[in-house]
Write a protein that binds this ligand. Structure first.
Ligand code: XBP
Ligand code: MG
Length: 239
């Protein structure tokens, strides 16, 4: 007879999960960068929804010119510079306080802390984007809340590859069965599940019609997500 496992860590995705960053954050920052650099690109809300298929800002720009424009306008170096410009604009948007955490995220974080459940982040986005969001919403020392912040280019293959979740697990020193991931997109779900982590999904307008058949449960918001329900999912993992 094995013993019942307990939840050791909640691993949060950032974009779309902790905050609705895409439509009014990343998208706006990309357009500001295109304008600043004199490139005639503009990504409206509908087009951006299609581009979200590819995770990572640099990868998204490459995807746009290859698959939509069918013309290589930007070199790899141009994309890097454009992305640095986009990151500057995005950080400024976050610092202006216009992008809040999704309702219920702070409550879940505080509940986990009170119960000594560890917290981590696994995201495709650039590290400074994560720390700026945390600082602008949870305060100056917010990074310390998370034991591991796995972000951006530290791994070569972004979501839906499992690499960023493997990186988080190794640095946490935990097994996949001891963690729950929270994601908002099918690419994120794919990534976490491929790393062996049970995953719940909180949808948003861009992701609500995606395939979440591999999720433990799917929610429109955080109202029914708490440590009790997450622990029940882990409890089913007998060892
Ligand atoms: C988030 C993303 C990110 C951001 C852009 O995916 O796709 O690429 O849109 O971030 P996930 P950068 O939520 O699955 O991590 O421009 O910093 O790459
Ligand atoms: Mg996401």
């Amino acid at each position: 007879m094995g013993h019942i496992m307990k939840l050791k860590c909640i691993i949060f995705d950032v974009d779309g999960t902790m905050a609705d960053t895409e439509r009014d954050g990343h998208r706006v920052a990309f357009n500001l960068a295109f304008k600043e650099k004199g490139l005639g690109w503009y990504w409206d809300e509908a087009l951006y929804g299609q581009l979200l298929k590819v995770t990572g800002g640099k990868e998204r720009m490459q995807y746009y010119q290859t698959d939509f424009l069918k013309e290589e306008i930007l070199s790899a170096e141009d994309i890097k510079q454009m992305h640095a410009c986009k990151t500057r604009h995005y950080v400024e948007l976050l610092q202006s306080g216009k992008i809040p955490l999704r309702q219920g995220v702070k409550r879940l974080i505080e509940q986990a802390q009170a119960e000594n459940i560890r917290l981590a982040i696994s995201t495709t986005t650039t590290p400074i984007n994560v720390t700026t969001l945390l600082n602008s919403t949870l305060g100056r020392d917010a990074e310390a809340i998370f034991d591991v912040i796995a972000a951006g280019d530290i791994i070569p293959n972004k979501k839906p590859a499992p690499d960023i979740y493997y990186y988080a697990l190794i640095n946490l020193g935990l097994k996949a069965e001891e963690c729950i991931a929270i994601e908002d997109s099918s690419a994120g779900l794919e990534s976490a599940v491929a790393a062996g982590i049970k995953t719940i999904v909180t949808t948003n307008l861009y992701t609500q019609n995606q395939d979440f058949s591999k999720a433990e449960s799917v929610h429109p918001d955080f109202s029914k997500i708490d440590t009790t329900t997450l622990n029940q999912l882990i409890g089913a993992n007998h060892v």
